[in-house]
Design a protein around this ligand. Structure first.
Ligand code: EPZ
Length: 429
């Protein structure tokens, strides 16, 4: 079992380079199988979710070449299999993008129900609604979703709720469908625009991505392309909060400032100094407590739910009472118990967390419940007095490339250590 060990109190100072966006990469990699010649993807984040995605492609017969740490070549012409290996597919959320791509490529797809972070109920009814509206049938048996279609037809689809995944899956399923498909009440996250740009660079005809109406005119062929994935705005936001929490002075490089607006505006309001440049932001924190803040998570361009735990960690030390409302997920406060172990004063009632700022946090042994909860614990550990041990760090490594290395480079005292797991201890008894 591996843990992060953090000795808190160091101010972060220096530069951090942001990797490619996880939530764009896990949509673009499956989409690459729609090209009838090889695709080269640059700025691919070196994270476990991407590794699983590439393993799925290889298992299905695609040729995957790692040209360097962050550049991948995918040639899908030999893919024959329309079923995704069960265990791999259920280990990540984004495996469900193979439903849309395989349906487009073969008129058939068989993928396990998705896995991913445990954030409460995460149905896929809107995905299935899209596939059915386009003319396919589906069944869910033995944990597998199977979709078949004789012929897909362009149509109008209104999402009952704003969903990133279903918006992406609808684009993937409609991109080669005869006629016009219109998606209404679509999600507008930066990674949706990135996927649309990727597909259009292959020859697709998608307009309106980034707005709530996306129009997709089906095309006959999609050719291979050479594409660079956008920087990860959530990774950038995480390090912005870490810099603020330690009262540091950090320049975050390789960002698109516009994608960070919902995050930067909240940090500025709390009293963090933010200097924006073309492709970087400088964060200057302070030692005295930040302003308290109320946050409500919303679909983009609102405040992102994927930054909610990280801000909670920062607000535990703010001056006064802060309120966080989580409007996207049923249960995204599983990190609260762990922050309480470090001295945080937080009470949770349903989708609302009330945070009373405290003087300091103290290091403690804690567990990462999911990807962003783990990031919140790292932020808390960096600002706490004493040592923090974080368990279950595989959650964190699903979505952050070399997080400990990037933090050490700006002065954090954080190391990854191997410990005997419960089995090894039992064996030794
Ligand atoms: C994507 O998840 C991201 N994951 C999540 O990031 C992110 O939190 C989320 O979008 C919202 O921005 C990836 O891109 C791999 P949704 P996704 O469909 O697509 C409900 C991270 O930390 N819903 O936008 O699963 C759903 O239950 C991860 O990087 C339905 O009801 O999110 C949720 O309450 C965590 N029916 C809400 O909509 C559906 O068919 C938003 O889900 C689909 C979703």
């Amino acid at each position: 079992m591996e843990k992060f060990i953090i000795s808190g109190g160091n101010k972060l100072k220096g530069d951090i380079l942001i990797s490619g966006a996880k939530n764009a990469a896990v949509a673009i990699i499956p989409a690459a199988i729609l090209a009838d010649s090889p695709c080269i993807l640059e700025n691919v984040p070196n994270i476990n979710d991407v590794t699983v995605d590439l393993q799925i492609l290889s298992e299905m017969g695609a040729e995957v070449k790692v040209l360097n740490k962050n550049t991948i070549q995918i040639d899908a012409k030999h893919i024959r299999d329309t079923a995704v290996p069960y265990e791999m597919a259920r280990s990540i959320r984004a495996s469900y993008y193979f439903l849309g791509t395989l349906l487009t490529k073969f008129n058939h797809a068989k993928v396990s129900m998705p896995g991913g972070c445990a954030l409460g109920d995460r149905p896929i009814d809107q995905h299935l609604k899209c596939f059915k509206a386009l003319g396919s049938n589906y069944s869910i048996e033995h944990g597998m979703v199977e979709i078949t279609a004789d012929k897909l037809i362009g149509t109008q689809i209104y999402f009952d709720k704003i969903t990133v995944g279903a918006t992406i899956n609808a684009m993937l399923a409609a991109v080669k469908v005869d006629g016009l498909t219109i998606l209404e009440n679509a999600a507008k996250e930066p990674h949706i625009v990135d996927l649309a740009n990727f597909l259009n660079s292959m020859g697709a005809d998608i307009m309106g991505a980034g707005t709530d109406v996306i129009k997709i005119r089906g095309v006959k062929k999609l050719k291979g392309t050479h594409y660079t994935i956008i920087p990860d705005q959530i990774e950038a936001g995480t390090y912005m909060v870490a810099a603020a929490a330690t009262g540091g002075d950090v320049t975050i490089r390789n960002v698109i400032p516009k994608h960070l607006e919902p995050i930067s505006s909240k940090l500025s309001k709390m009293g963090v100094i933010i200097e924006e440049r073309d492709d970087s932001v400088r964060i200057v924190g302070k030692d005295e407590p930040y302003e308290r803040m109320n946050l409500k998570t919303m679909p983009h361009p609102g405040f992102p739910t994927d930054m909610q735990p990280q801000f909670a960690a920062l607000l535990t030390l703010a001056g006064g009472t802060s309120i966080i409302t989580e409007s996207i997920y049923e249960d995204r406060f599983r990190y609260v118990d762990e922050l309480r172990r470090m001295g945080a004063d937080i009470s949770v009632d349903g989708k609302v967390a009330v945070i009373e700022g405290v003087e300091k946090l103290t290091g403690a042994p804690v567990k990462a419940a999911d990807l962003r909860a783990g990031a919140a614990l790292i932020i808390a550990g960096l600002s706490a007095k004493g040592s923090t041990e974080i368990e279950d760090i595989y959650h964190i490594e699903r979505g952050y490339e070399n997080m400990a290395g990037k933090l050490r480079a700006v002065g954090a005292d954080i190391v990854k250590r191997k410990f005997p797991g419960p089995d090894a201890i039992r064996m030794a008894l």
